[in-house]
Design a protein around this ligand. Structure first.
Ligand code: KIV
Ligand code: ZN
Length: 558
């Protein structure tokens, strides 16, 4: 089913920009770096690392990614900028440390957006686009231009914008289906017409950028490739604004599995797909639905008798991809009770994990030993979960020292919890709840005393078997009253909508639930400190405080 192909489609990952922009997907600087490291392992061609003009913290994240990940053999590091001089300047300074840099600038192209969002005219937009591509190109050799809402724009006007961008030196032309409106046939026609009618377009890379509002983002992206596009903008697990962006794993596996049909290939290391998906989902606390194509838990499961019978006789009867190709072969038995430091270290290297310090490794080793005491066979999936837990970079404001719960039929669940603040005395409290998790969370809240709302709670067994490790992901929201923040109403709303996620792993589901909640609470309690830290990092790295910056929540004009 696989054939040799030569033509290359660039994979432009925007998980850290369009993905991170989606509600509840915000990541800290360390989390973004962790994802960027995995994107490099995955082999994407371009990482859109963020929108530096949004805030000093965003600028710092792009700058650090450029510094660490943007090595000469690494991916291109792109930064997004509206067609404003200050945005472009901030994007340029943020990507400076990268060996391969790209400025991605965009402007609204549809009449509805030009009139109501920009409060401008086509003529002014055309002038602005030309000037700003010229400015970007005076700084950077690699400039991408996007006419936003291209699929609802007047095609002739959009072509004029593209032609102006080409004249000013744009090297990639991205055609965003910003609101997820187009269909595969229409989108393919549009890409075809651009290549046929816009002077110079065939000398540029045409890029597709599709949102999934009507569930067609992947189909539209692939149709664009069939029509000549050679870059796909996508995100891990398809996260992104509203219904999300085209999912990276789906477009990549479609190109891989149907290589003969598409006749093009990407550079993505497909065996890194499952790990990338898991890392992102645990980082942002957004579980992957079991029936999600390519990376869902059931994507390779055969339940019906007829299918099982066929697969046992010959895998190809019902499988078009195999689990190993996407990196889902982690159930090979690996380590156990008698495995020592050496074995764990070798396993981590084989899994491609680097540890920053010996202390971090030692901590992981202790967790590994605890797990081996409870679970006979520890496989790659368990180890990945421990690593994810270890790599959460959670500020330890409170540590969980002890949790005990009584529950069952005919009794009211009651939990006793002991927490400790760094360098402080142990703090113990108890509470009743409607269930054991409720009781634990109430006991924790009696100690921490910070109003919050649990918005999501998910449990998953990492492996098969009764001794399986449970992973719990939670999301919470800060519900302090407006007066307690001391902020303006607009900033208060932004803060109140901020979601904090937590991840816990343990063979005891209730301990995993307590750990996950503590992680989320610690993140919430440390949010202000984290923001200040990111700002300090930005200033230390040369962020220019005098250049104006803009709010992230709108792409509107200045
Ligand atoms: O969807 C969109 O239009 C975008 C642009 C900024 C490229 O994300
Ligand atoms: Zn988008």
């Amino acid at each position: 089913m696989e054939s040799h192909v030569s033509d290359h489609v660039r994979i432009f990952d925007t998980t850290l920009r369009d993905g991170e922009q989606a509600p509840g997907c915000t990541m800290t600087l360390e989390e973004k770096l962790e994802i960027a490291r995995q994107l490099r392992r995955l082999g994407v061609d371009v990482i859109e690392a963020g929108f530096p003009a949004a805030s000093p913290g965003d600028w710092a994240a792009v700058h650090q990614i450029a510094q660490e990940i943007g090595t000469p053999d690494g991916p291109i590091i792109a930064a997004l900028a509206r067609a404003h001089r200050d945005d472009i300047d901030k994007a340029w300074t943020a990507i400076q440390p990268a060996a391969k840099k790209r400025i991605h600038t965009f402007i609204n192209a549809s009449d509805i957006q030009i009139e109501f969002q920009l409060r401008s005219t086509r003529e002014a937009v055309l002038v602005k686009a030309r000037e700003m591509v010229r400015h970007a190109r005076s700084l950077c050799e690699d400039v991408e231009f996007s006419p936003m809402d291209a699929t609802r724009a007047d095609p002739q006007f959009m072509f004029q914008l593209l032609a102006a961008a080409i004249e000013e030196g744009a090297t990639t032309l991205n055609i965003p289906d910003t609101v997820g409106y187009t269909t595969p046939e229409e989108y393919a026609q549009l890409i075809h017409d651009i290549r046929a009618q816009v002077p110079g377009a065939t000398d540029c890379i045409i890029s597709v950028h599709c949102h999934d509002d009507l569930g067609m983002a992947v189909a539209n992206s692939l149709a664009g490739v069939r029509a000549g596009a050679r870059q796909i903008e996508c995100t891990i697990n398809g996260i992104g604004e509203r219904a999300g962006n085209a999912s990276l794993e789906e477009v990549v596996m479609a190109l891989h599995t149907r290589a003969a049909f598409f006749g093009v290939a990407s550079n993505v290391q497909t065996q890194e797909i499952a790990r990338s998906s898991r890392l992102l989902s645990t980082t942002i606390g957004l579980p992957v639905p079991p029936n999600k194509a390519v990376v869902g838990a059931n994507a390779f499961a055969h339940e019906s008798g007829i299918h099982q019978d066929g697969v046992l006789k010959n895998r190809l009867t019902y499988e078009i991809m195999n689990a190993e190709t996407v990196g889902l072969d982690g159930n090979a038995l690996v380590l156990g009770k008698h495995s020592g430091r050496h074995a764990l270290r070798a396993k981590l290297i084989a899994l491609g994990h680097e540890f920053e310090s010996e202390e971090e490794f030692q901590h992981l080793f202790e967790r590994f030993k605890e797990l081996c005491d409870r679970k006979k066979h520890v496989d790659d999936r368990d180890i990945e979960a421990l690593i994810t837990r270890e790599h959460q970079h959670t500020p330890e404001i409170y540590t969980l020292e002890h949790v005990q719960v009584t529950s069952g039929t005919g009794v009211t669940p009651v939990a006793t919890v002991t927490l400790r603040m760094v360098g402080g005395e142990p703090l113990t409290d108890s509470a009743h709840g409607t269930g054991p998790v409720d009781a634990i969370y109430k006991a924790i809240n009696r100690i921490v005393q910070r109003p919050n709302e649990l918005t999501e709670f998910a449990i998953n067994a990492i492996t098969e078997g009764l001794d399986a490790v449970a992973e719990v992901t939670v999301r919470i929201r800060d519900t302090r009253a407006e007066a307690d923040y001391g902020l303006s109403p607009a900033i208060f709303k932004q803060k109140r909508d901020q979601v904090y996620n937590g991840y816990g792993v343990n063979t005891d589901t209730l301990v995993a639930a307590a750990e996950a909640y503590m992680t989320a609470l610690n993140k919430m309690l440390a949010a202000r400190q984290q923001r200040i830290k990111a700002e300090e990092a930005a200033y230390a790295a040369g962020y220019d405080p005098n250049a104006p910056s803009y709010a992230v929540d709108t792409f509107g004009g200045k």
